[in-house]
Design a protein around this ligand. Structure first.
Ligand code: HEM
Length: 424
């Protein structure tokens, strides 16, 4: 399909969807109109309509914790890219499969046995033992970036976005001097997760991927010659992994592990700043960071929803769902289901209910959950240890994404506190 035809169809689709949104269709409100600053009322509107709600967007939606959990664990429902709900024809940008779509071809959307084979290959880096080996490095990276900030700074650009990139780069064996470019590709590929919303985004994705793949081909060749302790070296050494699998898996780690973690750090900081009693306890008791991270994951999860489709026509919550129809599992809605969480709209890090779905569930349960928790807790400890009075010092700019929720820019200030001052 030509770019022009794609753009015309896009415009027509937008008009129809806007009309449905005005009529109150929650699917059109969520997926069809501009990204909302506050999507939570839409998740509640879905809950109020029923356990499983049909939308004019030719999809189903649910905010029910029990139903999300059940669908995630049932092999009848298979993963489809969240970008499948995007209005742009994403098949187009693959340019005859020249480029690898990290979201379409990675194990994030594959089913067994391919899913099992590929996930197993990278799993060793994410075991408790693998994570313990990284803890010190993560703390060091946090300190290093905090050493560089002084006076007002952008919490996202100057800190939250730097830490995960360094951690993933280290995991993949990317040399230090390539970090800036790596950073750029990570940002471009967020589009892959969200699905391109217009032709400009599509081009950003295409260009970012082309550049990143050229870099990966080079890195693969380098690791073949000089293997290290990293993921790419290990995959290259196996012999049973072809180039597409290797590239899709590497790209997945970047896409899945980068902006998600940036958002978790940003959302957690916003929550702490908004709750003085939480800040007070965090400053006095740095290990409280773990509970703050957990409650942020529940109340304001970086990944707001995921999508599944049944591989056969099924009856679900009293409704027939035809084979292949997307179901948007509103994880952020499920995390506020009053059937599971008492007083669900209140930020309470010491709540006993912990079974949120921020990291999804079933076979696609986030492989990097432990790493993400570790990075975010280290970031909070570091930040509020040095800047107990950290405050928002300007307009927070939200990320333009439906899947991912977080700040794109978060200006903060808070006088520098030396270790001596912090201890005294
Ligand atoms: C706060 C940070 C993070 C959040 C909220 C998050 C969330 C998620 C979610 C919701 C899924 C499942 C999607 C689905 O079921 O369709 C997922 C999968 C995945 N995540 Fe994360 N993630 C985070 C950080 C990370 C990190 C740091 C890494 C690795 C470096 C990572 C690697 C993965 C991988 C490889 C998968 C695919 C698992 C599979 O399909 O078997 N994630 N993540």
């Amino acid at each position: 399909m030509s770019d022009l035809k794609n753009a015309a169809l896009l415009l027509l689709g937008r008009l129809i969807v806007r009309f449905e949104a005005l009529r109150g269709d929650p699917g059109a409100r969520l997926f069809g109109t501009a990204v909302s600053r506050d999507p939570y009322p839409v998740y509640e509107a879905v809950r109020a309509k029923g356990e499983l709600v049909h939308s004019s967007m030719r999809l189903f939606m649910t905010s029910s914790h029990a139903l999300c959990d059940r669908i995630l664990r049932d092999p009848v429902f298979e993963a489809v890219p969240a970008g499948a709900l995007s209005p742009v024809d994403v098949a187009e940008w693959r340019e005859g499969r020249r480029l690898v779509n990290p979201v379409d071809e990675s194990f994030l959307v594959l089913s067994p046995p391919d899913h099992t084979r590929l996930r197993r290959m990278v799993a060793p880096w994410f075991t408790p033992r693998g994570l313990r080996a990284r803890a010190e490095f993560v703390d060091r990276v946090v300190d290093e970036y905090l050493d560089r900030v002084d006076g007002p700074f952008d919490l996202v650009g100057d800190f939250a976005a730097r830490v995960p990139v360094r951690v993933i780069a280290d995991l993949l064996g990317v040399p230090d001097d390539d970090h800036d470019a790596f950073d750029r590709w990570g940002a471009a590929m967020v589009v892959a997760l969200d699905g391109a919303q217009d032709m400009k985004e599509l081009r950003t994705l295409r260009d970012g991927l082309a550049e990143f793949e050229a870099f990966l081909d080079d890195l693969i060749a380098r690791r073949r010659r000089e293997p290290g302790e990293d993921v790419v070296s290990a995959l290259v050494g196996r012999g049973d992994v072809d180039r597409r699998d290797l590239i899709a898996t590497t790209e997945l780690l970047l896409v899945a592990g980068f902006e998600t973690t940036v958002n978790l750090i940003g959302n957690a900081v916003l929550a702490v700043v908004a709750h003085p009693e939480v800040r007070e306890r965090l400053v006095a008791e740095p290990s409280f960071a773990d509970a703050v991270v957990e409650e942020t994951l529940r109340m304001d999860p970086p990944v707001q929803y995921t999508v599944r489709a049944p591989n056969t026509t099924v009856r679900l919550a009293g409704t027939t769902v035809p084979k292949g129809t997307p179901i948007a599992l509103l994880l952020a809605g499920a995390n506020r289901d009053p059937a599971v969480f008492a007083d669900p709209h209140t930020f309470r890090p010491d709540r006993p209910e912990r079974e949120h779905l921020a990291f999804s569930g079933g076979i696609h349960y986030c492989l990097g959950a432990g790493l993400a928790r570790m990075e975010a807790a280290a970031a909070l400890r570091g930040l509020f240890g040095r800047f107990p009075d950290l405050r928002v010092a300007g307009r927070v700019r939200r990320r333009q994404s439906r899947v991912l929720r977080g700040a794109a820019r978060l200006p903060v200030a808070g006088g520098r506190h030396t270790m001596v001052e912090t201890i005294s």
